[in-house]
Design a protein around this ligand. Sequence first.
Ligand code: AMP
Length: 286
Amino acid sequence: MLILKKISEVRDWVRRKSSKGGQIGLVPTMGYLHEGHLSLARAARRENDFVIMSIFVNPLQFGANEDLDTYPRDLKRDSQLAAAAGVDAIFAPEVSEMYPYYPQLTTVNVTEITEVLCGAVRPGHFSGVATVVTKLFNIVQPDRAYFGQKDYQQCLVIKRMVADLNMPVEIKMVPIVREKDGLAMSSRNVYLSEEERRQALCLNEALRICRDLYDKGERSARKLLDAVQDRIRQEPLAAIDYAEICSAELLQEVDEIKENVVVALAVRIGSTRLIDNIVLEGDTGV
Ligand code: AMP
C-alpha cells in the first residue's frame, strides 16, 4: 500500500495515473476504518481505474469541546484494510501539511442546509468539512468522490457545494452499513461501554419503528417523531440532540410527509454522540 504524506506526492501520483487515461475515485475519511468506510472504497474500486483514500482527522471540523485529541487512529491497521478493499493509495497528511497557515483565512461556507440538524448543534462543523473536502478535491482532482449516507447532511452539503461552485467531480452517496444488530457503524462506537453499546441500539430501533408506522400509512411528522422519541427515551443513558424529519434535498421542516424526507437522529449515549438516519420515499416521489 502506497502511503502518501505530502501533497506534492499525491499530485505526482495523480499525474502518473491520469496520464494513462485512468479515472480516479477519492474516498475521504478520518480513518479508524470499518466496513462503512470499506463499502465506500469498494464502490470506488468498481467505478474507477484508481482509488485513493484520504485519512485525515480534520481539526477544522471539530468544536472546542469535541473529541479531536482522543479520536481513534491506527494507520497501520487502516492501510491493511484499505488495501484489501482495493484502495491503491492512502493520503495521510500531517495537520501542518494540510494547514500550513492555521487557521486559514479562506474557508468554504454552504448556507441554509448547514444551519439545521448537526449544523445547529455543531457550529463551524460544516464549514470545516466543506473547506477540507474542497482542499482534497483540489489536491486529488478526482473524477468521483464517495460519501456515506450515514452522514446524510454532510453528503448533501458536499453535493450542493459541488453544484454551486461547478467543481468537476461526481459525488456518490453510499448506503449506511450496520452491525448485525442494526447499530450504524462508526469509528466512535469504540467509545461505548458494554451497557452503552446495548442502549445505542435505540437509534436504529427508533428509525425502524418510524419506517413501520410510515409503511402503515402514517404521514404526520409529529406522530412519527413522537414514536421515535418514545423509543429513545426508554434508554436511561440516551439524550436526544435532535430527532427531526426534513425534506430530503433542502432539509426544511416538514409537517405532512408528501415528498422524500430524511428522518435524522443525533443522540448522546453517555458522552458519545451517535447519528443515524433513514430516507422515506414520499408519495409524490420528489
Ligand atoms: P468518517 O471517517 O467518520 O469521517 O467517515 C468517512 C466517510 O465514511 C463518510 O463519508 C461517512 O459518511 C462514511 N461512513 C462512516 N460510517 C459509515 C457507515 N456506517 N456506512 C456507510 N458510510 C459510512
